[in-house]
Design a protein around this ligand. Sequence first.
Ligand code: 13P
Length: 214
Amino acid sequence: MFVLVNLKTYPCDPVAVADAVRDVDESTDARLAVAPQAADLARVAETGVETWAQHVDPIEHGSNTGHTLAESVADAGAVGTLINHSERRLKLADIDGSVRAAERAGLETVVCANNPEQIGAAAALGPDAVAVEPPELIGTGTPVSQADPDIVEDAVEAADNVDSEVSVLCGAGISTGDDVVAAGDLGAEGVLLASGVAKADDPQAALEDLVDPL
Ligand SMILES: O=C(CO)COP(=O)(O)O
């Protein structure tokens, strides 16, 4: 299972969480990575943890003030990027452009979507993976894999119908190892989570619990 920890703009220490993710990654067969804010990418990557961006823009080098260039993200040490997170929604053409920009820079891609219908559309754009995250469950601590298992199974089927090479992650409310196991049982190849680690008193203990049954 792939466990991707999105730090959003939570007031945690990104380097401390990165150290914890790296250490727990070394103790498990699961694949762990962390997605800090763009401004923190380089110092997070320096910890040696697998580092992801939260977003890249559908642009090239040039006059694009205030944008995030995929090449700069890669130069900072990221190996992948989220695209179209529920809190960073893009138009369809811009999702496509961001996937192409990420590919150009050699970044792995996870395109997020709200529901199975959008997952099918996202899979058609040819990312490495898609992630279904029902917005109403994000940040609630109520895990999608238990509160809405159908959405995960339907997302897996929707992606498979379009492109069986595209992996499916799920996210929203995931905070325990049981939640991750439930996601895997529904066909997800990984989970995307945030508050369960970024807002935990002890992020390392939270991570250890997440991977314990894997
Ligand atoms: O948005 C999410 C991950 O990208 C999910 O957030 P929570 O894990 O806080 O529900």
